[in-house]
Write a new protein. Structure first.
Length: 291
């Protein structure tokens, strides 16, 4: 495909496979610089600004059976091409993974949610994005395929840095398995300059139900180069009732364990302060009960 003029993508070859095997074969043959096109909500602006210049673009939108959302035993299986809007309006997601249901309206804007995909968001691995942090908090499994093999990768091991994941050059995400969350509590908080912007700082929290906090998973985003699991904060509130005391303990545990990076939004000390504020609020939210 050839384009000319300013603010346009550089030249690239274009392939639109209609089967998963064909897509994986194209990805393998295309080499490490080939790129997959799913929703395109991040990739297309990067192409037009010439931040990215892949020699081959593989459009996977015609590959069947990659957009399903279905219950499967103790988890919900979500296809990589599931649109954000489909997750937002899924009764199954609302019932079995309420954290995702709660988060979806915070992701960008309606037009972007209509096209953006779960797999695309996870593969991009933007450290300020909501869904990578949620997948770590939910202990999800990311299923990757290449032309030769299939791998199951824990979300906690998947994100390696800014725009960096555990995916090999010839692999693509095909689905995500999220454990059903029956009996667990959830909280989500973020601070953004405007609704729909990437978060300055955000937080996803899950914990077992009951009088005291148990099995907590606290994951911050927008603070380091990947979703940051605050293990010390989790330990500090074990057994405590959700409330001000637990929130203060969790916030104090971030000192010395969370070292935020600086970006255009805020310096490290401000990000640490905001992370503490959000964590106190999120722990208090757990008092609202399961769901």
């Amino acid at each position: 495909m050839k384009t000319e003029g300013g603010m346009k993508a550089p030249d690239f070859a274009y392939d639109r496979p209609e089967t998963l095997d064909a897509a994986l074969a194209a990805l393998s043959a295309g080499g490490p610089d080939a790129r997959l096109l799913a929703g395109g909500q991040s990739l297309m602006p990067m192409l037009n600004f010439r931040v990215a210049a892949p020699p081959l673009l593989i459009d996977i939108n015609r590959v069947p059976d990659l957009d399903g959302i279905e219950g499967a035993g103790d988890h919900v299986r979500i296809g990589a091409l599931a649109r954000h809007a489909a997750l937002e309006h899924s009764d199954l997601v609302a019932r079995e993974i309420p954290l995702i249901h709660q988060v979806m309206p915070h992701i960008a804007h309606r037009a972007i949610r209509t096209r953006g995909t779960l797999g695309g968001s996870l593969a991009l691995a933007d450290p300020a994005a909501e869904l990578p942090a949620c997948m770590v908090a939910l202990d999800a499994i990311i299923i990757a395929r290449s032309a030769k093999a299939k791998r199951r990768i824990a979300a906690g091991d998947f994100f390696r840095g800014v725009y960096e994941t555990a995916l090999a050059a010839d692999e693509m995400i095909v689905a995500v398995e999220v454990p059903k969350q029956a009996g667990r509590r959830h909280a989500f908080r973020e601070i953004a300059r405007r609704h729909g912007d990437y978060a300055m700082v955000g937080l996803a929290l899950t914990a077992s139900g009951g009088a005291g906090v148990a099995d907590a998973r606290i994951v911050l985003f927008g603070v380091t180069d990947r979703p940051f699991r605050a293990v010390a904060a989790e330990t500090s509130i074990a057994g405590l009732a959700p409330g001000p005391e637990a929130g203060e303990r969790a916030a104090a545990a971030l000192d010395g364990t969370l070292e935020p990076h600086s970006d255009l939004n805020a310096p490290p000390d401000m990000k640490l302060h905001l992370a503490k504020v959000l964590l106190k609020r999120a722990v208090a939210d757990l008092a609202g009960g399961v769901g």
